[in-house]
Design a protein around this ligand. Structure first.
Ligand code: GTP
Length: 360
């Protein structure tokens, strides 16, 4: 599981939403909603404290973040919004790191950056951004930083910041990886459940429920475009004897063999469903009654040519098939009923044959 999971790229991962997970656009808009008034407040405070440089920058960041949110609301451009947001908050945190707002405490805001960047971007971007940010802080706190800026930070604060920031970034990375792996696990589990809900465990064919869904979808298409479709309802002949004589396992092998043969004989667009114990249904989209009859005969002969091994013997299987083609405004139930009647007729006429439903 982990192998295929770890191969899934982040971009693919971001397309899936696990119930309860905060969607990235919602988080971005929530953070924007919180950041804009905060930035405006600090901009106002800066003007009060006669700091003419900081206020315009904070105000600009507030406006750009608000514009980014508005663009999303009106255009729904999630990717663009996310990228712009990443650039803006990276620039904002860089600004906060080098700009000693008031007494220099603004740099503490850097701790808010790692969890946000890991949550809203791919793991690769998060690592690059955090590593770059940490190296930048290291450089800022070096003698070079002092040469370039007037930094009010003590040696103890610098050392603590560097260590705690690194600790926080690594922790965020580990938590983020754990979150991504859990999400991949859930996605894989959901796919397995979905597959199990739609397929028959023995043959791997569609199960009856999925067959009915496909029938309904085809019926809706038929109502729209009037293109007729057909169904083949088939049943392995005298199957009880196979079970009774050779055992249940040989019976199962025969069901699998028939399912395999049907798959080989059908088009990709056809739906092959295990309808019941030894009963199968094939949905043939856009297929006339004549073509359906021809397909049914081909399938019947293909099955009759195959054998399963039991007690060193080759056991042959034959099937009987009822063919029905949708007509007029009849319901799916009525179509299936006609196919069933045709199958019954094939059985009563001696089995190993194909019968077309009345009216088809
Ligand atoms: N091995 C196996 N047997 C199954 C399975 N599902 C149903 N069966 C058996 O299939 C048999 C079906 O028998 P019947 O309905 O009497 O039909 P038949 O013997 O095929 O006779 P006709 O349909 O009249 O040709 C029953 O004995 C079921 O127990 C399955 O998944 N595996």
């Amino acid at each position: 599981m982990n192998q295929s999971a770890s191969r899934t790229p982040d971009s693919e991962l971001s397309q899936f939403r696990v119930t309860g997970e905060i969607p990235v656009p919602a988080l971005i808009n929530g953070l924007t909603a919180a950041a804009v008034p905060l930035l405006l407040f600090y901009a106002w405070r800066s003007t009060q404290q006669a700091d003419p440089f900081t206020a315009p920058w904070l105000f600009s960041f507030a406006v750009l973040l608000a514009i980014n949110a508005v663009i999303f609301v009106f255009s729904g451009q999630k990717t663009l919004q996310r990228r712009v947001f990443i650039v803006l908050i990276t620039a904002l945190f860089t600004f906060l790191a080098i700009q000693a707002v008031e007494d220099g405490s603004a740099i503490i805001w850097l701790f808010a950056y790692p969890p946000i960047i890991f949550y809203i971007s791919e793991a690769r971007i998060g690592i690059i951004a955090c590593l770059g940010g940490w190296l930048a802080v290291l450089l800022l706190f070096s003698p070079l930083g002092d040469a370039l800026f007037e930094l009010p930070y003590s040696g103890t604060l610098r050392l603590t910041m560097i260590i705690v920031l690194a600790f926080e970034m690594v922790t965020c990375y580990i938590l983020d990886q754990s979150r991504r792996r859990s999400k991949l696990g859930l996605i894989k589990l959901a796919k397995e459940f979905e597959y199990a809900a739609k397929h028959d465990a023995l043959t791997g064919l569609a199960n009856r429920r999925e067959g009915l869904e496909q029938l309904d979808a085809e019926y809706q298409r038929y109502l729209r475009n009037g293109r007729h479709y057909s169904v083949l309802l088939m049943d392995i002949d005298l199957f009880k004897q196979v079970n009774d004589t050779f055992g249940h396992q040989v019976g199962d092998d025969m069901i699998v063999l028939v399912g395999k043969t049907l798959t080989e004989q059908c088009r990709k667009v056809d739906t092959i469903a295990r309808w019941g114990g030894e009963e199968f249904l094939i949905l043939l989209p856009e297929t006339s009654s004549e073509d359906a009859q021809a397909s049914a005969e081909r399938i019947r002969l293909a099955v009759a040519a195959r054998t399963v091994q039991a007690d060193g013997m080759d056991i042959g299987a034959t099937i009987s098939i009822g063919v029905a083609t949708i007509q007029g405004s009849e319901s799916i139930d009525r179509l299936l009923q006609r196919a069933d009647e045709a199958l019954y007729q094939a059985k009563s006429e001696g089995r190993n044959r194909t019968c077309r439903a009345a009216g088809s």
